[in-house]
Design a protein around this ligand. Structure first.
Ligand SMILES: Cc1cc2nc3c(=O)[nH]c(=O)nc-3n(C[C@H](O)[C@H](O)[C@H](O)COP(=O)(O)O)c2cc1C
Length: 56
């Protein structure tokens, strides 16, 4: 299971290389149930100013 965030599409390209149908974080964030289970879970997100984006 791969989650991704992308601004310009680069990280979507990477996420799709890891898994055929990665999950967009902005699209799933409003789901009522945010519990996920899988044998492996990955997060693909851009680095802006040396920090993973988005961050708190
Ligand atoms: C304002 C800005 C700051 C960035 N800072 C970094 C950085 O500190 N380190 C890095 O490796 N890449 C940095 N990048 C490159 C982005 O992480 C890279 O373009 C990434 O592919 C963007 O992902 P996205 O196209 O999915 O949004 C930066 C890009 C921008 C526009």
């Amino acid at each position: 299971m791969v989650f991704y965030f992308t601004a310009t599409g680069n990280r979507l390209y990477i996420a799709k290389r890891l898994e055929e149908r990665p999950l967009s974080i902005p699209q799933i964030i409003h789901r009522e149930n945010l519990e996920f289970s899988a044998s492996s879970i990955g997060i693909v997100a851009p680095v802006y100013g040396h920090e993973v984006f988005p961050h708190g």
